[in-house]
Design a protein around this ligand. Structure first.
Ligand code: F6R
Length: 241
C-alpha cells in the first residue's frame, strides 16, 4: 500500500483530483468508480475546477458508483444519484447515460443487483475511489462473518445509519437498506484510492491498514490488493507508526 499523509485536507483533495483527472487525460474513455459521503466532496469540487479550467474532458468517461439507498427517488436530495448530479455530473461534460448507480427504487432489487454486476463484469474499473466508514465499511459492505463478492442488498448497521443521520431531517428518515457493490467487485479495480480524513477515522485507519485481514473490518481486505493508494490527512493518519 502506498500511504500518503497530507498536512491539510485541501492538499489531499488536490492530489486525489489530480490523480483522477490524469487518469482521464491518459485514457479519455477511463472507467471511474465513485463514492459519495463527505470525504469526496472536496475532491469532486477540484475535479470540477479542473474541468472549468479546460484541463480535461469527461465526455468519454464512464462511472460506476459504489452504492445507493433503497427507497429514495433519484430526485430526493439524500439519494446518492442526487448527490452525484449535484456535486459532479451536472458540472462536467459527462453524458448522463455513461453514469451508473444501482437503482434503489427497482421493483426487483435482486434483479437490479444482478444487472449492475453484469455491467461491471464487462470491464475493469481503472480507478476506484473509496471513503472509509468508522466501522471499516467500504461501499456499504458492513463488518460481518462473511462478505458478498458481488452487488447485493445490505441492511445498514445502526452505527452507519447514525453516522449518516446528519444528512437527514431525522433518524427515522435514514433508509434501512442499501444496494452496494460487493468487495469482490471493488477489489477488481485496477487501482484503488482510499481517502480518509479527520481524527475520528484514525483508529479505523490503523486497523484497516495495519491490523489483521478480516471481514469484520472490510477495508482490511484492501491489504490484499496490489495497487492501493491511501490518502490521509494528518488527523486520520496520526495513529500510524
Ligand atoms: C459512500 C460509501 C461509504 C462512505 C463511508 C465514509 O458511497 O460507500 O462507504 O465512503 O461511509 O463516509 P464519509 O466520507 O461521509 O465519512
Amino acid at each position: 500500500m502506498d500511504i500518503k499523509i497530507f498536512n491539510t485536507t485541501q492538499e489531499l483533495d488536490a492530489f486525489a483530483a489530480e490523480l483522477l483527472v490524469n487518469t482521464v487525460k491518459n485514457k479519455p474513455n477511463a472507467i471511474l468508480g465513485l463514492a459519495t459521503g463527505s470525504t469526496p466532496l472536496g475532491i469532486y469540487a477540484k475535479m470540477v475546477e479542473k474541468y472549468n479550467n479546460k484541463e480535461v474532458s469527461f465526455a468519454e468517461v464512464t462511472t460506476y458508483n459504489l452504492d445507493e439507498y433503497v427507497g429514495l427517488q433519484s430526485d430526493n436530495d439524500q439519494s446518492y444519484a442526487y448527490y452525484m448530479n449535484d456535486n459532479l455530473f451536472s458540472h462536467i461534460d459527462i453524458p448522463a447515460e455513461q453514469t451508473f448507480l444501482p437503482n434503489g427504487m427497482a421493483g426487483d432489487l435482486g434483479a437490479e443487483c444482478a444487472e449492475y454486476d453484469q455491467k461491471l463484469l464487462k470491464q475493469q474499473v481503472d480507478v476506484q475511489l473509496l471513503g472509509l466508514g468508522h466501522n471499516g465499511h467500504i461501499g456499504f459492505n458492513e463488518p460481518d462473518k462473511e462478505l458478498s463478492g458481488g452487488t447485493h442488498v445490505v441492511k445498514l448497521k445502526a452505527e452507519t445509519r447514525e453516522a449518516n443521520a446528519r444528512f437527514f431531517a431525522s433518524m427515522d428518515e435514514v433508509p434501512e437498506l442499501a444496494i452496494t457493490m460487493g468487495v469482490g467487485s471493488i477489489l477488481k479495480a485496477h487501482t484503488i484510492l482510499l481517502a480518509a480524513r479527520g481524527a475520528d477515522k484514525a483508529e479505523i485507519v490503523k486497523q484497516a491498514l495495519t491490523g489483521p485481514i478480516t471481514t469484520e473490518v472490510p477495508a482490511s481486505l484492501l491489504q490484499l490488493h496490489p495497487r492501493v493508494i491511501v490518502l490521509l490527512d494528518r488527523e486520520a493518519g496520526r495513529m500510524l507508526g
